[in-house]
Design a protein. Sequence first.
Length: 439
Amino acid sequence: MVFQHFSLFEALNVAENVALGMEHPPRQRELAAKIRAVSEAYGLPLDPSRLVGDLSAGERQRVEIIRCLLQDPKLLIMDEPTSVLTPQEVEILFATLRQLSAEGTAILYISHKLEEIRSLCDSATILRRGKVVATCTPREVSARELAEMMVGTALTPPARAPRTDWAGAPALEVTGLSVASPMPFGTSLKDIGFTVARGEVLGIAGVAGNGQDELLLALSGELKSAPGMVRAAGVDLGDKGPNDRRRAGFVVAPEERLGHAAAPGMSLVENALLSGWVRMGLVKRGFIDWAATRRFAEGVVQDYDVRTPGTHVAARALSGGNLQKFVIGRELSQDPAVIVINQPTWGVDASAAASIRQVILDRAAAGAAVVVISQDLDELMEVADRFAALNEGRLSAPRPVQGLTMEQVGLMMGGAHGMHVPEIGAADVLHAEAADAEA
């Protein structure tokens, strides 16, 4: 099985990691030769002597796949295998899987990316709340029909309000943002710059491990930068911490729900207090207003359809999707001026994902500047006005989503320098949309 989150040791090389997954591994030299042979046979180039810590996410996935192939599998199970791949790497993976299938290997492919299911799979089984609700031939139904089978209701795609040309300084300005990663094997940010206007959604993609977590930490203030690198409505926040940024209108929803976005052992009321006290007036004269805090938490639960017995339960008791809805709702309910979200719909069902995307668009329509960091390219194409890609800690110049092809997106995610073009601002996007409307 190839898990969504890889089980690899970054301090060991490829061959050593492969050996750890084998019951009776051969000697290193013999194993290295086998790795090279399998990698060439299936179009998965890999150097057995390279440290895993130096590999891209796509190359790490190859290590997991080759470790399985060396054991002559009859059944290969893959869980969300494309969540860390560029579009070009997805095509390589699919070619490998089709070759394995032709050779007689059964493949169980677990994914929420419905177009990939339609492209790759011969049959599909749809689960809802742990029960099988339908089976079908995916090529014979649309992605929308598959999604509606998953949630059991008709889906309404997010609707965009008419764009407004908000006056004044950009809501968010990032200039020359360079910070070292605080994490071992992390990715330092290098000279990142972009602006986000009021009412605009900037989508940022990238293969996992290219600086997404560090960018969120730097924008939230958990990872401080130099003065002048981050400004909100013209106010310098570069060396300010999270609470000062929240007072200036920043809200942040990180990818990791338990431990970063929410404290597992605390109740939903207490978790609402953790980030809401600054902007929601939940602490008065040094005392917590528990009645107001409960009302705030209950409002989030009701408005965002969080399935829970009550706000008294611990965060760890919620399912991943419901905790994600609570975290997103807690942040977006604070009337923010700047919203930064990492993986907003990771792990939630299609219906909840559509609701979250709609709320993001509604907040933008109300004048908030929104930065969405996501590995779901379809999601970014749906909600973003402009698109940029992170690669090894560097950000490509943002480009309008309109007219952007998946090939261009893949090149930007891969760091192709030819895709770096002068940044196009929100005003240019508005003019382009107006011209299209007239045409």
